[in-house]
Design a protein around this ligand. Sequence first.
Ligand code: NDP
Ligand code: HSE
Length: 404
Amino acid sequence: MKVALLGYGTVGSGVVEVIRSNSESIEKRAGKPIEIKYVLDLRDFPNDPINELIVHDFNVILEDEEVEIVAEAMGGINPAYNFAKACLEKGKSYVTSNKELVALHGAELLEIARIHNVNFLFEASVGGGIPIIRPLNQSITADEINEITGILNGTTNYILTKMKDEGRTFEDVLKEAQELGYAEKNPAADVEGYDACRKIAILSSLAFGEHVNFEDIPTEGITKITKEDMVYAEKMNCVIKLLGTCQRQDDNVFARVSPMLISKSHPLAMVNDVFNAIFVKGNMVDDLMFYGKGAGKLPTASAVVADIVDAAKHKGTNIMTIWNREKIDLKAKEDVRVAYFVRLENADAGLGERVNEIFGEVKQVEALNGEYAFVTRVMKEKHFSEKLEALSDVKVLSKIRVQE
Ligand code: NDP
Ligand code: HSE
């Protein structure tokens, strides 16, 4: 079966390596040999044997009827969206690791794939090498999903782990994560939480069967997290993790991406370095946890190639995936209930009393450098903001949500 690969960077070169290294077992599982016929990239690779397969014109791939599966690892919306649409409409299955594309156009591309009786598969778009899309779509289908919460970005988990364990600076570890091929082309997507936001949008769309618009998800990254916050976390027997979550609450769904303080006894607290973990709560199966490398060349390529194998096995059959275009209205972020850890600068003698008056009873945390630090009780986001506003004369050094 002839495959074309779009993009020969970290993931794309991994796809070639996986197919070549495991060709025998892949052939057995796919029921036929899988052969890469073309690799589309902007560049040439004169010192790499792949160069003989390099093309620069997408139409060569589109018009070649021998090519039945196209695997994309270029990233971005343009031209990936047009390429995906054109391939599916031509009857070619399309496999991608591109979460930007899936979060924005997943519902539409799945529909086009269904109409043309081919497949649009995107296992690598969430959690790198962790199987999570297929379980949601095929294994947990007996359940109503009530919650998905996870560490969904390898770069930020790598940064937070190294800052905590090795006392290194944010900038230094980010540079290393880029060198290791974990980070997005523009690493703001990682550190500002946009990447995790797209991933939780994809997971919640699959879990609830309707479109969760990533732009509706309140998103905060890790750029404001400091070494001092890490010291406080340690004192509180907690760690700081960037979590993406979606939950059913009453008759609503709420979703959010933000750094959270979680107890060291929480299962996600032990997920370090580039590893990701995704916790899923079903109403019948109860708690499930998926764990593995969330970024990097070979783990991600493994998921892309597994999709290629699935597309080969399902030639002529569309694997039904429920993700309607109809949009879910998410619960307003102001109404979501949460507890906060707060650090205030320059505590004067009366500050503790004022905090208690404003917030009601708080849990005081032993403070550093003359600061005042505390954890609030659980309250609506809007009430927290109003109360903090009443302290507008005091500098807020940090405010981090606390996972119950
Ligand atoms: P890279 O930047 O390493 O690779 C992308 C490759 O595609 C580059 O060689 C790039 O060329 C090429 N490319 C970009 N635009 C075009 C185009 N229009 N036509 C042809 N080739 C093009 O990215 P990654 O491999 O890291 O990521 C690829 C995708 O996979 C992204 O969507 C990313 O989010 C996703 N992903 C990445 C993971 C990782 O760990 N790296 C994990 C999971 C998903 P050039 O360099 O010249 O721009
Ligand atoms: N930049 C992403 C991450 C790649 O660090 O998780 C995997 O999607």
